[in-house]
Design a protein. Structure first.
Length: 282
């Protein structure tokens, strides 16, 4: 309340969920001060109208920068990683490459979104909520995120965060892969019509098996990787070291996220070949 008085603001000027959290003492003054800073940007002020963005921006004022840089670098890093893994077979396996890049663009967004640390503004659970709903309600969005003053997470709740995000990523990853592969197959079939030589060499990608494999990969590999990236490397290491210089901090985020995306692309090619959904072409 002291921060509000100093800024000459009343609770009525805040979004309802944030005002309720301030009244309940669930949001410290530092978060209220960050809200004031975010409001100074036209774009961020508009994004604060949406609950998901609001919770993430209050926890990390550079969240939007991370989201944009991830979606941009995923195109280049995935293409480079595909070239590195496939080498001289890159052209022959271009159908696989296109499917992986298209899918990566979609999943790049959710891999930043789901594991991002948040300031929880969720309303209280209904009294009739079951034990499973009550358990996941208390779990953080990132298993490794720093708990705000006055809150804490048990080891079981942090593990629950990994399980919950894994379930979400399986659905999104499988769906994104279905769309990406379907688009790729449509392009392959269109090219077969006009190019008989290409028709003899090209094969449609297996839609269902590849999509399920990608969903599993998201759960096992991507989920843990991005939780560690956002909750440990960025929030617990880079931010405390570089918080005084936002330009250097942003550059550091860009570097580690580019490396992480590139590494993930290499891992997916190996994983897809290991489970047999993408075979090496002679």
């Amino acid at each position: 309340m002291l921060v509000l008085a100093e800024a000459g603001r009343s609770l009525e000027s805040f979004p309802a969920d944030l005002a309720a959290a301030i009244t309940a003492g669930r949001v410290p003054g530092s978060i209220v001060g960050r809200f004031f800073q975010l409001e100074e940007s036209v774009v961020l002020r508009w994004l604060l109208r949406f609950g998901g963005f609001k919770e993430r921006l209050l926890a990390d004022d550079l969240f939007l920068s991370k989201l944009v840089m991830e979606c941009v670098v995923v195109i280049f890093t995935k293409a480079a990683a595909e070239l590195e893994r496939r080498k001289e077979k890159f052209t022959k396996e271009l159908d696989f490459v296109v499917a992986n890049v298209v899918t990566g663009i979609v999943t790049g967004f959710v891999l930043v979104w789901f594991p991002a640390p948040t300031v929880s503004l969720k309303p209280p659970l209904a009294v009739s909520a079951g034990p499973i709903a009550k358990f996941f309600y208390g779990c953080p969005d990132n298993a490794f995120q720093v708990a705000m003053a006055g809150t804490s997470y048990t080891l079981l709740q942090r593990i629950g965060s990994i399980v919950r995000n894994g379930a979400k990523l399986f659905v999104v990853g499988t769906s994104a892969s279905l769309v990406g592969i379907s688009i790729t197959n449509a392009l392959i079939n269109a090219k077969k019509v006009v190019n008989k030589t290409f028709a003899a060499k090209a094969e449609n990608l297996p839609v269902i098996s590849t999509s399920i494999a990608y969903g599993i990969y998201m759960v096992i590999v991507s989920n843990i990787r991005y939780q560690v990236l956002a909750g440990i490397i960025e929030q617990r290491i880079l931010e405390p070291l570089l918080r005084r210089n936002k330009l250097i901090l942003t550059a550091a985020y860009f570097t580690v996220r580019t490396a992480n995306t590139y590494w993930g692309s290499l891992l997916w090619v190996d994983f897809a070949r290991w489970v047999g959904v993408q075979k090496t072409k002679d």
